[in-house]
Design a protein around this ligand. Structure first.
Ligand SMILES: Cc1cc2nc3c(=O)[nH]c(=O)nc-3n(C[C@H](O)[C@H](O)[C@H](O)COP(=O)(O)OP(=O)(O)OC[C@H]3O[C@@H](n4cnc5c(N)ncnc54)[C@H](O)[C@@H]3O)c2cc1C
Length: 397
């Protein structure tokens, strides 16, 4: 019977990137996806590739991932429409502008350069913005990409590198078995066997973790998304505001995609839908931010199912209970930008037992303080700028 070096549960961007990075290292890999690769959150998100505003616990991973976004044509054979348009975070008040100044210094310590832009310069450089803004912060190396393309492209590249990518293959149970793991897949009589197990099951990640006693409270969110008809191209950077709220970007063919607020998700049935009243409020906020959108036709709204942890940060790292098991789920609205780097780091953890990318602040153990963290809170490990304010700034796409 085949015993794979690694089995991966979940064919979102995190799982497909892990399959590719493991295969490139010569490991034998099987990826098991319940539906189609990239059909859940990884394929229906807003498409923001944003480092600016990320929590310090997430920034090293975000930096690692950004490096991979820049070499995707060489790595997977396509850029997935990744464009370095920049990400402009807008302050509505002087107080928020002060927060942007503080965050600029935080980001600098991680090698992320941000340019502060005054109220007047903002109107000169981006005349399509509405009034009443106090200033902004531009991250020139951030941008946007087409989410429909990315996970499938990683899956194809992983397959070319030798990974066994199985779609329509639901894992209904997994357990430690000898020096590895057994997995029950669909109606197959024989379990799949692997030496290591990677849980990247997205909004269903906590359920998989619970099979091993790693119980955590993973909620779900369904960001409410909208897209307009194609318009003449006028927008530059991907736009967001301090504290979350509205976010907008214009794709190369001219449509403007924007999001604000949440729709509803039914995780058990894998169904989610946007809400009419949330869409109307999002449209109002979008028009406030970019007044010329008042003339645009809204053509479609949608949402997707995203796992969300209580502190708004993902779970990533080794299982505290089961050697050889690694978790990465609950990306809380950030996993599209992070996904390529998540796969690279998971491959290192699975094959080397360690990674040069600091991810300590994302450990699942922060929700089990008695087990391995001696009562230290995650924010204590993330530095003095952790806490609710930082969590708010980490929102939006
Ligand atoms: C509407 C929306 C907008 C967003 N906007 C952004 C953004 O602009 N920027 C950003 O960085 N992030 C954004 N996100 C978040 C981002 O999309 C996710 O964090 C990321 O895609 C998560 O990737 P994943 O691989 O962990 O999970 P998923 O893409 O959800 O993949 C998990 C996969 O696991 C499979 N699975 C689950 N259980 C099993 C099982 N038992 N057996 C087999 N397979 C299983 C599922 O079918 C699924 O395909 C957004 C999310 C949504 C929903």
């Amino acid at each position: 019977m085949t015993v794979f070096d690694a089995a991966i549960i979940g064919g979102g961007l995190a799982g497909c990137s892990a399959a590719l990075h493991l295969s490139l290292r010569g490991a034998s890999v099987v990826l098991l996806e319940r539906g189609l690769c990239g059909a859940q959150a990884s394929g229906v998100n807003y498409g923001g590739v944003r480092q600016q505003g990320r929590h310090p616990a997430e920034l090293p991973l975000s930096r690692r991932s950004r490096e991979i976004w820049g070499r995707m044509p060489a790595l997977i054979g396509t850029d997935c429409e990744f464009a370095m348009t920049g990400h402009l975070k807008l302050a509505l008040t002087d107080r928020q502008m002060t927060e942007l100044v503080t965050y600029r210094d935080t980001a600098e310590a991680f090698g992320l350069a941000l340019e502060l832009i005054s109220r007047d310069a903002l109107q000169r450089r981006y005349p399509y913005l509405g009034g009443g803004l106090a200033g902004g912060s531009l991250c020139a190396e951030d941008g946007q990409a087409n989410p429909r393309l990315v996970a499938p492209a990683f899956a194809r590249a992983a397959r070319r590198a030798g990974a066994d990518i199985r779609e329509n293959a639901e894992v209904s149970g997994a357990w430690p078995d000898g020096d590895g793991f057994g997995l029950r897949v669909g109606g197959a009589a024989e379990p799949v066997r692997a030496l290591r197990l990677i849980n990247v099951a997205g909004a269903w990640g906590a359920k998989v973790a619970s099979w091993f006693g790693d119980a955590v409270d993973e909620g779900v969110i369904a960001p409410n998304m909208c897209v307009t008809e194609p318009l003449p191209v006028f927008m530059g950077p991907n736009l967001g505001v301090c504290g979350g709220g509205i976010y907008l970007r214009q794709v190369p063919h001219g449509s403007v995609i924007f999001g604000a607020g949440l729709g509803v998700a039914d995780r058990d049935r894998s169904r989610a839908r946007p809400l009419g009243e949330v869409t109307c409020e999002a449209a109002r906020l979008a028009i406030d931010m970019v007044p010329r959108l008042a003339q645009a036709l809204l053509v479609r709204t949608w949402t997707g199912i995203e796992g969300c942890m209580p502190d708004g940060l993902p779970v990533m790292g080794p299982s505290p209970s089961t050697p050889g098991l690694f978790h990465a789920f609950g990306f809380s609205g950030h996993g599209f930008q992070l996904g390529p780097g998540v796969g690279a780091v998971l491959a290192e953890l699975a094959l080397d037992g360690t990674t040069p990318t600091p991810i300590d602040g994302l450990s699942i153990s922060r929700f089990h303080p008695a087990r391995s963290d001696q009562g230290r809170s995650p924010m204590a490990r993330s530095g003095p700028d952790g806490g609710m304010q930082d969590r708010q700034d980490n929102q939006g796409n």
